[in-house]
Design a protein around this ligand. Structure first.
Ligand SMILES: Nc1ncnc2c1ncn2[C@@H]1O[C@H](COP(=O)(O)OP(=O)(O)OP(=O)(O)O)[C@@H](O)[C@H]1O
Ligand SMILES: [Mg+2]
Length: 275
């Protein structure tokens, strides 16, 4: 009976299709025995995990566990003392952040980092600027769109606004946006680079409760189009809704690596959270 089922064409498709089986998709990011130290004290102490295309990994743990430091090691903001980081086959642990971004690894920060004196449209165009070679002045300052790259980037920015329901905010300055809209613009800026891996540090901070669900939906759609996501988040309902697997850190070490349902029943995880 089981053999018959496995022979069935439909089932074979289900088992092998990357869309329906994340385990079949490509490993996009591998961290192996990563160490980050500040003044001789290890904030990240030998952490390993991997994330596949189209998969979201939730990175959780108590305050000071080393989550942001781990993200900084991945993104290139912190020095990787030991260990390796491989992005889609490239060893990147000694590359500068901008070079990692060119290879497809981009990130957001615990505090929002979009430009408050630029409009949403300008924020998107400047994010895409480095990647397609458009000249910022001609796109942003409404001169004629001369080169093909300029037009391409403006079109991409507009498509991004449409996709995330933000066309009405195209000409709104960053400082006038709500907390949730700023988070979204930050994520859209990352997407302008057509990333393979997106790192998010507490993207729900400052987002009004009724908008959290929309942002989770947006992140799911980004994941489902094949981007690998690593999300640091204290809001566990967000981690549960989004994450295919969860890595738990405590005092710089990984103490669990499993599905959300498994880790909530893990004694070591409960102990870490209860202190
Ligand atoms: N730039 C730095 N210099 C020195 N120590 C640092 C630095 N950044 C972080 N640390 C220390 O490293 C440890 C881990 O900090 P980290 O910010 O990575 O934790 P976290 O898990 O992101 O915490 P939170 O949930 O509060 O954001 C903490 O003890 C922190 O004080
Ligand atoms: Mg942090």
């Amino acid at each position: 009976m089981v053999a018959e089922l496995i022979e069935s064409e439909d089932l074979k498709n289900i088992v092998t299709s990357p869309e329906t089986n994340p385990a079949a998709s490509k490993i996009m990011l591998t961290a192996r025995d990563v160490v980050v130290s500040y003044g001789g004290v290890a904030a990240v102490d030998g952490v390993s995990f991997e994330v596949r295309a189209g998969e979201a990994l939730g990175l959780i743990g108590p305050n000071g566990a080393g989550k942001s430091s781990m993200l900084a090691a991945l993104g290139g903001q912190a020095k990787v003392g030991k260990g390796s980081i491989v992005l889609d086959g490239h060893e990147i642990s000694h590359l500068a952040a901008y070079k990692r971004a060119r290879l497809g690894l981009v990130r957001t920060f615990q505090t929002t980092s979009e430009f408050s004196d630029m409009t949403t449209f300008e924020n998107l165009v400047t994010a895409g600027n480095g990647y397609l070679g458009a000249r910022l002045s001609s796109v942003v300052f409404h001169h004629r769109l001369n080169s093909k790259a300029d037009k391409q980037i403006a079109v991409r920015a507009w498509e991004m606004l449409e996709r995330f329901d933000m066309t009405e905010k195209a000409n709104t300055y960053g400082r006038e946006l709500s907390g949730g809209q700023r988070r979204l613009v930050e994520i859209m800026r990352c997407l302008m680079a057509s990333p393979k891996v997106l790192l998010l540090d507490e993207p729900m901070v400052g987002v009004a409760p009724h908008l959290v669900e929309k942002l989770v939906g947006d992140l799911k759609s980004i994941r489902d189009e094949g981007i690998a996501i690593v999300i640091v988040e204290h809001a566990l309902e967000v981690v549960r809704a989004l994450s295919d697997k969860v890595v738990v850190m405590s005092f710089g070490k990984k103490i669990a690596d499993a599905t959300y349902d498994e880790i909530v029943h893990d004694q070591a995880v409960q102990d870490a959270y209860l202190g």
